[in-house]
Ligand binder design. Sequence first.
Ligand code: ZN
Length: 147
Amino acid sequence: MANHCPTAFDESLISGYLDGELTQAAEQKVRIHLEDCVQCRTLIEDLRSIREAAMSTEFSKPDDTQWDERPRGGASLVARGAGWILIAVWAVVVGVYALWEFFTMPASPIERLLVVGGLTALALLFVSVLLDRIKTARTDPYREVEK
Ligand SMILES: [Zn+2]
């Protein structure tokens, strides 16, 4: 977030002011500046709400599930889904590109066999992981509860 303070007031003073880390003289300096600078008042409000948001996330985080990679809440479920869709699209694009390269390049039958074998193995691994994921997502009993 950009601070468009006309006097280029020191941002670290403002954040120190929020944290109550300043000397009395510095605190006074900030207070006086804030009185006639709307940009820095906006900045301090922004910083304050960011801090409050950070604090409340910290307090509501359950410790015992910290390392659980299961997504909690709608946003992370959407992000997870989008991630898998992107991976699928990426795999298809790479696969198509590789095949196109493969059929347009001059290669001996053994080279072709090696490439096809490798790609098939990768594709099978990918599909098996994907199917596993889908199965886990469907049978996960906590998925709906934690929303
Ligand atoms: Zn200012």
